[in-house]
Ligand binder design. Sequence first.
Ligand code: ADQ
Length: 468
Amino acid sequence: MSRLIVVSNRVSVPKAMGAAGAQGGLAVALSAALREHRGIWFGWSGKETETFTGHLDMQRNCDVTTATIDLEPQDIDEYYNGYANRTLWPLFHYRIDLTEYDRSFDEGYERVNARFADSVAPLIEPEDLVWVHDYHLLPLGSMLREKGVTNRIGMFLHIPWPPTRLFVSLPNHEQLVASMLHYDLIGFQTEEWLDSFTHYVKKEMGLPVADDGTIEYQGRQILARAFPIGIDYEEFTEGARSAEAREAHDRLKSSVRGRKMLIGVDRLDYSKGLGERFDSFGRFLTDNPDMAKDVVLLQIAPPSRENVASYQQIRHDLERKAGHINGAHADVAWVPIRYVNRGYRRTELAGFYRAADIALVTPLRDGMNLVAKEYVAAQDPEDPGVLILSQFAGAALQLTDAVLVNPHSTEEVSDAIERSLRMPLEERRRRHQALLNSIREEDVVDWREAFVATLQGKRTTEPSHAEP
Ligand code: ADQ
């Protein structure tokens, strides 16, 4: 088995299911891959240093070797808070209105990618596979090539790829994509994002793309494919059966006093459609006065990217909106929205999911969305809850037995809540079984194995199951 060098913006040392604190989707997904392959996880430590030294901090934790570097404040501002999270993240989530273009961001992004290349290149041995993750590091492959790295290098994009008409609003868009064409393999979450990418490559760059996703560029072949990410099904369902999960379940159940409960669990991010979700729930309360007092929405939303203004704004807006809806509908013994801004242990989350009759997973745009899959995996198969899922999440292409909604339509989401609350047990079981099968069959182990095998050149797997 080849050694794996994983490179991502942050190195989040894999924690056990019961460990404290929230972990992002990427950390959860990669922990399994890194435990199996010998290898190294390289990235930013999350720490600041006054002057960049390139000093590598090597550590061994839970069977994974990590190597991290510290970055200068200017790097963090221009690369992380700037180009990654004020330019690429909003643009790739179709939010051109929030996208900021600033040359200093470009420079910082280039500079930090070059620093990553300088620091990681000496760690790479001849037979290693290199796996780069996400929008922070799109040009890293080309920079490694410049340093003479000839290993197979793959990159996986965890977020959507935008339609060409949006993408071309990025200054230097062609240069960015040309730099990506130094990877051997480029992976996307779904066929939809893959199609947007190959459309750009064909239409804007005039490059041939074969039916199997092979792109010809400057005498090289690059394979572009969809690899829909999953959850660690075994680990998650085991955690969901733990005493801690049961305790969290019972605590939450008794606090809602026999009422039906809806749950939302999302990083506090404008792409997750939280404002629209609150509006839809408010509308449900207004339109269904007979049911309203028997329902509670628990929204868990730990803050993220707090140095970026649009994230401060969304936090402020949501606090106001929750306060407004609660003010309009609550009475002395009932508050309709419980809005909580903190992380929980994954076992506790599993207990909360199981206690909820409905999950509201309504992003406006999402590469995949692992919360939808975790919710399904945590349910009691005898009496499962209902997943209401945005048609704009990558997960909607696989989870077609969810109640699919347009998150922009408060009427549609409100109707879906009503329908889901009234859904007969038989229909809930049938939908849940179909969803569970899909989540079990395409879990994170399959995702990782498919990507690594394809990168190794075996191409043993069939094209993605996530056909539109
Ligand atoms: P995210 O945007 O972070 O991931 P998501 O896929 O939903 O979104 O993953 C979030 C993860 O964080 C889940 O595992 C969830 O359990 C966990 N989490 C959220 N809130 C939490 C809390 N309060 N406490 C503890 N844990 C919490 C990005 C992309 C997604 C893609 C993933 C993986 O934006 O589209 O699915 O990467 O590729």
